[in-house]
Design a protein around this ligand. Structure first.
Ligand SMILES: [Zn+2]
Length: 345
């Protein structure tokens, strides 16, 4: 499992395996690989035949981690993410989801947190260690975070916690201060792009250099993000057309993308349109592909609305209606003269 880690995560794993301490916080922008790194650490800590501290990948413990059935590993995820990644849920949640009494949560449930903390209090089944992996830690609600805090204050022996986070500033400061913090390193461009090309090929995506470059640019160096863009299946020419199409209200196949992806794309577009309007360099798209300059005030308002939407996107909504409403908002923001403020509409 660890062999598949990209080289920059492999280097970080090496450094982290040399550290002691019972709680580690892996902190960095989304898409830098905190979850695979956390899992690689857990696998190495639990491995029964470690090779210079690294997981062997072949012992009963390593195999149990791969099968997601290790009795000494508790992976605490929001329900929705666990279902997406294929990790088992805690029995409380599993039962209620099966009976359709609850919906998959995007937060880490307090019931699941309590189950993880109870797990931490029991003795190791395979006699090496016990690991609680929490991802993303900022999705612990206040009740969960408080419960965890108490355990981190007096950690049971032989239990190690690894918290992966994409927004560590959102964690309780007291929780942060009880962990050793590791800031995720960014890949170098060359190794990052090489990894992206390989990962895309491994998934059967047949993408040319220009398309991979477009995805890399959209992700601003976050490899998981770049791969997520690549999976959408657009080619370089389609990526180039997208800003103007969206600005014209023509969403085409974009409507079928997951809503968070649509929202992310709009944010990148809005970011670059604003930068362009102020004469600053663009970051995600080629300036030549952007729609004609729109009024900065309207773009700024759109930006604010998108930020707001990002916070509420966890709530249930009607996907088609959502997209249609945003298509119109975006079109309106880019429509009309750039230098006048909107008098009426
Ligand atoms: Zn092993």
């Amino acid at each position: 499992m660890t062999a598949a880690l990209p080289p920059w995560l492999q280097r970080q794993l090496q450094a982290l395996l040399a550290q002691r301490g019972h709680a580690l916080l892996l902190d960095g922008a989304a898409g830098l690989g905190q979850f695979p790194l956390a899992l690689a650490l857990a696998t190495a800590w639990l491995c029964e035949q470690p090779e210079q501290g690294h997981a062997c990948g072949d012992c009963p413990s390593c195999r149990a981690v791969q099968a997601r059935t290790h009795p000494d590993l508790c992976v605490l995820l929001p329900d929705a993410l666990a279902l997406e990644l294929g990790w088992p849920l805690d029995p409380w949640t599993q039962e209620r989801l099966e009976r359709k009494e609850i919906k998959p949560s995007r937060q880490i449930r307090v019931e699941a947190t309590r189950a993880a903390l109870a797990f931490a209090q029991t003795t190791s089944a395979r006699g090496r260690a016990k690991v609680v992996l929490i991802h993303p830690a900022e999705r612990l609600n206040a009740e969960s975070a408080n419960a965890l805090l108490k355990t981190l204050e007096e950690p049971p022996a032989a239990v190690r916690f690894v918290l992966a986070s994409e927004a560590a500033h959102a964690l309780l400061p007291t929780l942060r201060s009880r962990c050793q913090r590791h800031v995720l390193a960014w890949p170098g461009e060359e190794e990052g792009r090489a990894w992206l090309a390989q990962a895309a090929a491994d998934e059967g995506l047949n993408l040319d250099e220009a398309t991979l470059a477009a995805c890399w640019r959209l992700a601003a160096g976050r490899v998981d993000e770049a791969l997520a863009w690549a999976r959408l299946g657009l080619d370089a020419a389609q990526w180039r057309q997208l800003p103007q199409r969206l600005a014209a209200g023509d969403w085409g196949g974009t409507l079928e993308w997951p809503l968070p992806r649509q929202l992310e794309l709009l944010q990148l577009l809005c970011h670059d349109a604003l930068a362009h309007a102020f004469g600053a360099p663009t970051r995600y798209f080629d300036a030549s592909t952007l729609p004609a300059a729109a009024a900065p005030a309207r773009l700024a308002a759109l930006w604010q609305a998108l930020q707001q939407a990002r916070r509420s996107i966890e709530h249930p909504y009607q996907a088609a209606l959502w997209s249609a409403a945003w298509a119109e908002r975006v079109r309106a923001a880019f429509a009309g003269p750039a230098l006048h403020s909107q008098s009426s509409s």
